[in-house]
Design a protein. Structure first.
Length: 239
C-alpha cells in the first residue's frame, strides 16, 4: 500500500472514531511528515485524498480541518425542525440561550406589522442533531398576540406545539432570504467551527392560515449544506 494511503487511512480512522471531530484542525504537514517519517509531498497527497472524499478541507495559510458532513436542507412551506430530524432517524435537541420580552426594532416591527417599540417575544436557541451543534436560531413573535408564549413554551418545548396551543393550528413560510457571512467569535464557539468557515444565514417570515405575519426569524448554520429546491406542487413549493 502506498505510504500516502496509509496516512490518509490513519487520519480517516481518527475522524471516524471521533478522536478528531468536525471543526478540529489536523496536525500540520510538518508534524505529519515527522510522525510518519515521510516527505511533505507524501503528506500532501494523503490530505488531497481526504479532501476529495469531502472529509477534510484545507485553506492556504490556515491548515487543514475536519469538515462537517454535507446535509440536505429543503426549502419547505412548512419547515419543522424536530419533526424533520426525527423522520430522518436522528435525534434533535434544543438549548435556550435567551427567552425574553423586549421592544421591537425597526426591522422586526416592519416584518411583523407592529409599531416600533411594541413588545415582542425574543427567543434565541442552540440546535443540535445527534449531539452535534447544527444551528443557532433567533425568533420574534408579537407579545400582544401571544402574551403567555414564554410560559407555554417552557412546558411544551417546541414552537409548533406552543403556537398550536395558542390557537394557531398551522403556519407556513411566506419568504426566505439566504446569505452567507463569517461567524462571530461566539458563533464560532457555539457551532464549533473555525472563524474562517462561513455561516449560511436564512432569514424568514412565517404566516398563519390567514396570511398574517406570525414569526420573523433567522437561522445560522455552517455552509456545509446542500440546498434542495422542492418541485412545484409539493410541500415547499409556491415561492
Amino acid at each position: 500500500m502506498p505510504l500516502w494511503r496509509e496516512i490518509a487511512q490513519s487520519l480517516e480512522q481518527r475522524i471516524r472514531s471521533r478522536e478528531l471531530v468536525p471543526g478540529d484542525k489536523l496536525p500540520t504537514e510538518y508534524e505529519l511528515s515527522r510522525q510518519f517519517m515521510v516527505n511533505r509531498h507524501t503528506v500532501r497527497r494523503a490530505l488531497s485524498d481526504l479532501q476529495e472524499k469531502g472529509i477534510v478541507e484545507s485553506t492556504q495559510g490556515r491548515g487543514s480541518f475536519v469538515r462537517r458532513p454535507t446535509r440536505p436542507a429543503q426549502l419547505k412551506r412548512r419547515p419543522r425542525f424536530t419533526e424533520g430530524v426525527r423522520n430522518g432517524g436522528r435525534e434533535p435537541a434544543t438549548k435556550i440561550i435567551k427567552l425574553e420580552v423586549r421592544p421591537a426594532d425597526t426591522r422586526v416591527a416592519a416584518a411583523l406589522e407592529l409599531k416600533i417599540g411594541a413588545p415582542i417575544i425574543f427567543m434565541e436557541r442552540h440546535r443540535f442533531v445527534d449531539g452535534e451543534p447544527t444551528a443557532l436560531g433567533i425568533h420574534h413573535f408579537s407579545f400582544e398576540r401571544f402574551p403567555t408564549f414564554i410560559e407555554m413554551y417552557k412546558v411544551r418545548g417546541t414552537i409548533t406545539q406552543t403556537l398550536r396551543d395558542s390557537g394557531v393550528p398551522d403556519y407556513t413560510r411566506r419568504r426566505t432570504a439566504i446569505s452567507a457571512r463569517l461567524p462571530t467569535p461566539q458563533e464560532s464557539e457555539l457551532l464549533r467551527i473555525p472563524r474562517h468557515v462561513p455561516l449560511m444565514v436564512h432569514r424568514y417570515l412565517n404566516v398563519d392560515g390567514l396570511g398574517r405575519p406570525l414569526e420573523f426569524g433567522e437561522s445560522r448554520s455552517t455552509n456545509e449544506v446542500e440546498i434542495v429546491f422542492p418541485e412545484p406542487g409539493r410541500d415547499g413549493g409556491g415561492f
